[in-house]
Design a protein around this ligand. Structure first.
Ligand code: F6P
Length: 550
């Protein structure tokens, strides 16, 4: 394949970058009174404002040409129709099929996947309802009131993020915990809050071999049996979500308590599958379906909207503009909603595990920068931590501000005050990052403070702001299951589009596998089962130090 950097579309963008790299956004707003209208898109009440970016209409046109050049529309069709676009693992990529609301068959290896999806969803529905209505009982006949999801990565982050975000919809008499870390603290502190008679463990693991998850699952079973005493009772308190029936049975979970999914669901895209069992139980199956519905709406928009009106494609292109031309290599995710506080971690995996790659689809080293470092924190907390660097640091950090306009919470007399303060902070941040504060503006402010002229002059460099720092703003009416579904699908498609532009496979994760492989070699050394010094000088000495002191 010819290099993207050799294409006329890329070269046109390079030329254009050199022409506008110093353009000030505040001037772009002065020159175009309609800039907001020209640079925002809606999907119902879901609004994405792109206007505070260092782009002009020409930039948009050239970026759209680039999307055309890499044949985004063909790739979308390949993905949605079940073509095996995960080429290194020879797998289809069909998380979109899991939330499809239509009856169109999708064929993988000669079989329609839709009936299997439907069957599993029905199993999720009836199981979640049996927990919710109390017909499923623990070993002493009590109703289940605590769910512990044991999983890691995609088998943890998605369900944990969704359950936290949509807590206002949750069954009030249910507690939920997510245990992911193999650090004993995670499971121990959770078990302290659990009653074995009323706790259900969901062991969520695509492979059912992940070291952290299996270690936690065996320890949870040990804890449970130390109370229940009888192996037969495990069936009432442990269920599994996996693609690996053999391993699930070996663990002691009966096939009827297993929820399957398929190799064409990537871990970090799996919350829509039975991996979302904890979501279906905690929020109720109807809300799980609503989440699917919202994602399906975004899928349809992504499939059918033209490039220039396509929200995920536009977000992806703006990201490429910053990463590859401005060389801004991080992206902040800043949700102004406490419920969405896990969104940055969730998107870290979604984006960095997908696009953190230097080898392209054809096995060659890429010729451009790929996935950015994703980080962030909920607002306003982040403002008091790292926003200083975003305002005045030497690095530029494109920001995504995300916020519902109506809150789920109401504190009586102070009605809406909290949310109005929250909203005003988001708007203030995106505005000030973009506008900055010139030396003259800073001087005018300082003149009223009673400081001497000398003091003012010495403070000016510190109190002025270059501005021109870009952001997207995503607003929606309320954080409902539908809007959260739209939001997650938006980022999934954005990541996919960027992967296409960089010609990388966004659906494998060989780097993570490498870490797991080495961990398997280190463990016997730490346990003292192997003594040979087979690593480098630092590693061998660190292992020795640990052994001497443990
Ligand atoms: O972190 C690597 C990874 O393979 C992820 O892709 C996956 O979500 C996670 O491990 C957990 O894997 P599993 O669901 O198989 O336990």
């Amino acid at each position: 394949m010819t290099k993207i950097t050799d294409s006329a579309e890329w070269k046109a963008l390079e030329k254009h970058y050199n022409e506008i790299k110093n353009t000030e956004m505040r001037d772009l707003f002065d020159d175009d009174k309609d800039r907001f209208n020209n640079f925002h898109l809606n999907l119902d009440d879901f609004l994405v404002d792109f206007s505070k970016n260092r782009i002009t209409k020409t930039t948009s046109k050239l970026l759209n040409d680039l999307a055309g050049k890499v044949k985004i529309d063909d790739w979308k069709k390949k993905q949605f129709s079940g073509e095996k676009i995960n080429n290194t693992e020879n797998r289809a990529v069909l998380h979109t099929a899991l939330r499809s609301q239509d009856e169109q068959p999708i064929i993988v290896d000669g079989l329609d996947v839709k009936p299997e999806i439907k069957k599993t969803l029905e199993q999720v529905k009836s199981f979640s309802e049996s927990i919710n209505n109390g017909t499923w009982k623990g070993y002493t006949g009590k109703k289940i009131n605590t769910i512990v999801n044991i999983g890691i990565g995609g088998s943890d982050l998605g369900p944990a993020m969704v359950c936290k975000a949509l807590k206002p919809y949750a069954h009030k008499d249910l507690n939920i915990h997510f245990v992911s870390n193999v650090d004993a603290a995670d499971l121990s502190l959770t078990l302290e809050q659990c009653d074995p008679e009323t706790t259900l463990f969901i062991v969520a693991s695509k492979t059912f071999t992940t070291q952290e998850t299996m270690t936690n699952a065996f320890s949870a079973r040990h804890w449970f049996l130390s109370h229940a005493k009888n192996n037969q009772e495990v069936a009432k308190h442990f269920v599994a979500v996996s693609t690996n029936l053999k391993k699930v049975e070996e663990f002691g979970i009966h096939e009827k308590n297993m929820f399957i999914f398929w190799d064409w669901v990537g871990g970090r895209y799996s919350l829509w599958s039975a991996i979302g069992l904890s979501i279906a139980i905690y929020l109720g199956f109807d809300n799980f379906k609503q989440l699917h519905h919202g994602a399906y709406e975004m899928d349809q928009h992504f499939l059918n909207a033209p490039i220039e009106k396509n929200i995920p494609v536009q977000l992806a292109l703006i990201g490429v503009w910053y990463i590859n031309f401005f060389k801004f290599n991080t992206q902040a995710i800043l949700p102004y909603d406490q419920g969405l506080s896990l969104l940055p971690s969730y998107l870290q995996q979604a984006d960095m595990e997908s696009n953190g790659k230097f080898i392209d689809r054809d096995g060659h080293r890429v010729c451009v920068e790929t996935g950015p470092v994703i980080w962030g924190e909920s607002g306003t907390n982040g403002q008091h931590a790292f926003y200083q660097l975003i305002h005045q640091g030497t690095q530029f950090v494109p920001c995504d501000f995300i916020m519902p306009i109506k809150s789920h919470y109401d504190l009586g007399e102070q009605k809406n005050t909290h949310h109005k303060i929250l909203m005003s902070n988001l708007i203030a941040q995106s505005q000030s990052l973009m506008m900055g504060k010139s030396i003259d503006e800073a001087r005018a402010e300082l003149l009223n403070t009673g400081l001497s002229d000398d003091e003012i002059e010495s403070l000016l460099p510190h109190c002025s702001f270059e501005g021109n720092r870009p952001s997207n703003t995503i607003l929606f009416e309320k954080l409902t299951p539908i809007n959260l579904g739209r939001l997650i699908a938006l980022y999934e498609h954005k990541i996919f589009v960027q992967g296409i532009i960089w010609n990388i496979n966004s659906f494998d994760q060989w780097g993570v596998e490498y870490g797991k492989q080495i961990a398997r070699l280190v463990l016997p050394k730490i346990k003292g089962e192997r003594t040979s010094s087979c690593f480098d000088g630092s590693t061998n000495n660190l292992i020795d130090y640990i052994k001497k002191n443990c």
